[in-house]
Ligand binder design. Structure first.
Ligand code: NAI
Length: 246
């Protein structure tokens, strides 16, 4: 489905990003794998990706850093010749009641989860326009749709990312470029690793499908959104939440 395309995926060493990288590789895409300070996880992901018979290169870069991301995009284009797909997946949480949330925890989450996708989209904007093609996929969250207690910072970034997605879609649609957001519910990754025992059971009871999702429950949607089959879908926000927000 993605033969000959190159995908730049942020935060792709673990979790949902790794699953997207692997499924895109299985669909024939070469992978530019971004991570930040997680060389062991990145190496592991790299080995799995090249075993699928595609090219992969690893870029250690903080998505919140405007200039470093500009260099990463330039380096990726130099290494692969082109970028066709951008997946803004990197994200962090710093949960707390707003009452106790520090300014630093608010700012850090904004920088990674919202400014990160802006940085990458901005650095690829002209290139995608010139190519008259490109797919941008942003990992938002159901928290961005509904808000969530103890996640004022995180929910604000994900709501902002949904608006960024729609704006990008409107600005670039005339050139055949798509931009869509995926809103996962609760997915079993490092991000939700604190959900254990009783509290995990409680969460699962509140999900109509009665289980947390897996990264693989999310990843094939990203493959589809990046494929030619989705070329007329843009500005869309799709939940992958086992029915949580019905
Ligand atoms: P994860 O923690 O496994 O993945 C996030 C990745 O981003 C990690 O590999 C991390 O090292 C990387 N990262 C963090 N800061 C970075 C930075 N400054 N620059 C580059 N990379 C950075 O967690 P998961 O669950 O795979 O998260 C992936 C995306 O899915 C995130 O955007 C998250 O907000 C979103 N999401 C996850 C949900 C869940 O329940 N796990 C639910 C809804 C959305």
């Amino acid at each position: 489905m993605l033969q000959g395309k190159t995908a730049l995926i942020t935060g792709a060493a673990t979790g949902i990003g790794r699953a997207i990288a692997l499924d895109m590789a299985r669909s024939g895409a070469n992978i530019a794998l971004n991570h930040f300070n997680t060389p062991k996880d990145a190496k592991e992901a790299y080995e799995l990706i090249i075993a699928e018979g595609v090219r992969c290169k690893v870029y250690d870069c903080d998505v919140a850093d405007y200039h470093a991301t500009e260099q990463m995009v330039a380096g990726t284009i130099e290494d692969f010749g082109r970028i066709d797909i951008l997946v803004n997946n990197a994200g962090i949480v710093r949960d707390n009641l707003m009452l106790r949330m520090s300014e630093q925890d608010f700012d850090e989450v904004i920088k990674v989860n919202l400014k990160g996708p802006f940085n990458l989209t901005k650095h690829l904007y002209r290139r995608f326009m010139k190519n008259r093609s490109g797919s941008i996929i942003n990992l938002a969250s159901v928290c961005g749709l509904n808000g969530w207690e103890r996640q004022a910072n995180y929910a604000a970034t994900k709501g902002g990312l949904i608006s960024l997605t729609k704006t990008t879609a409107k600005e670039l649609a005339g050139r055949g470029i798509t931009c869509n957001a995926i809103c996962p519910g609760f997915i079993a990754t490092d991000m939700t690793a604190d959900l254990k025992g009783e509290s995990r059971n409680e969460f699962e009871a509140g999900i109509p499908m009665r289980r947390l999702g897996s990264p693989e429950d999310v990843s094939m949607l990203a493959v589809f959104l990046a494929s030619d089959g989705a070329r007329y879908i843009t500005g869309e926000t799709i939940r992958v939440d086992g029915g949580l927000c019905i």
